[in-house]
Structures are given as C-alpha cells and as structure tokens.
Write a protein of this length. Structure first.
Length: 64
C-alpha cells in the first residue's frame, strides 16, 4: 500500500503513524481519540491519514 509519507500541506512526517492509526481503528477506537493520543493536531494531517486509501487493490483487477 502506498501511504502518504508527509502531509501535503504542512510537511509533517506521517508514514510512521499510519500503521498504528489503522490498527487502533480496526480495534474500535474513535479516530478523534487516536489523533489526540498520537498528538496529531493539525486538520491537514488528520485529513491525510483519514482520506488515504489503498488503490492498488482496485488497479490489480485490470490487465494492461
């Protein structure tokens, strides 16, 4: 999966936080609580993590 390495707006590194965020959401925690716990305060960074999707699975369905 291609994850965002940095926030497009402010440049804060996010790649190291994405796995923990995804795991905790699957366990049932609220995203807002996770962001506060991980000290991700900026809305631009929250947007990057919330809106990143794995498009590779969709692309693999089609042949060249």
């Amino acid at each position: 999966m291609m994850r965002p390495m940095r926030c497009f707006s402010c440049g804060k590194p996010l790649a190291d936080k994405y796995d923990e965020f995804e795991k905790r959401v699957e366990e049932g925690e609220e995203p807002e609580e996770i962001f506060e716990d991980m000290e991700i305060e900026r809305y631009c960074c929250r947007r990057m993590i919330l809106t990143s999707i794995d498009a590779t699975e969709e692309m693999m369905k089609y042949e060249r």
